[in-house]
Design a protein around this ligand. Structure first.
Ligand SMILES: [Zn+2]
Length: 183
């Protein structure tokens, strides 16, 4: 399992959407490892009135298309659409799915039959690490800063999603070896 991408620079429209460097390549590598890849993301833009819900649908569709073109597949996408100070009443909530809370991860695990303690949470924000650690994931913090100010609950640091996928491949191999030894 893997997870990414929200933050202050979230796109408001298809025109603003860009796949990050290494994203498609990293997801494709995880696909090839046979791991289910799930996106979990805070998307409060609709709640805050920054853009209409249609835009988020269009951004999601564009993301899927661009990934597909690079032979990368997300097995599922989970968004938290809530915000405590939402201007759109239906999304005004203190929910349990907005990261750093873990509701999106537990929902994904339940619906997709995933084992969270054997899963990897990849993200570029400390709140992603908190969400993953709370439910027992191995956490990988992605970013260009080799010594970030707050490592927080990150187990590993990676330069981008491609590097995270390579590390997961190594960790998975080590885990499998350990499993065999332990039998
Ligand atoms: Zn929520």
């Amino acid at each position: 399992m893997i997870v990414t991408a929200d933050g202050p620079d979230s796109p408001r429209s298809v025109e603003e959407f860009r796949l990050l460097a290494g994203a498609a390549q990293g997801i494709r590598a995880l696909n090839q490892l046979g791991l289910p890849v799930v996106l979990v993301s805070n998307q409060p833009g609709v709640a805050k009135g920054k853009f209409p819900a249609n835009n988020l649908d269009a951004i999601t569709e564009r993301m899927r298309e661009e990934l597909r073109a690079q032979l990368a597949t997300l097995d599922a996408i989970y968004y938290c659409l809530h915000h405590p100070q939402a201007v759109v009443p239906e999304y005004q909530a203190i929910c349990d799915c907005r990261k750093p809370k873990s509701g999106l991860l537990t929902q994904a695990a339940r619906e997709m039959n995933l084992e969270l303690t054997g899963s990897y949470m990849v993200g570029d924000q400390p709140r992603d690490m908190v969400a993953g650690k709370t439910v027992g994931c191995t956490t990988l913090l992605v970013g260009s800063d080799p010594e970030p100010a707050s490592v927080g609950d990150a187990d590993h640091l990676c330069s981008d999603l491609g590097a995270a996928a390579r590390l997961i491949a190594e960790l998975k191999t080590v885990g499998a070896a350990r499993h065999i030894e332990g039998r």
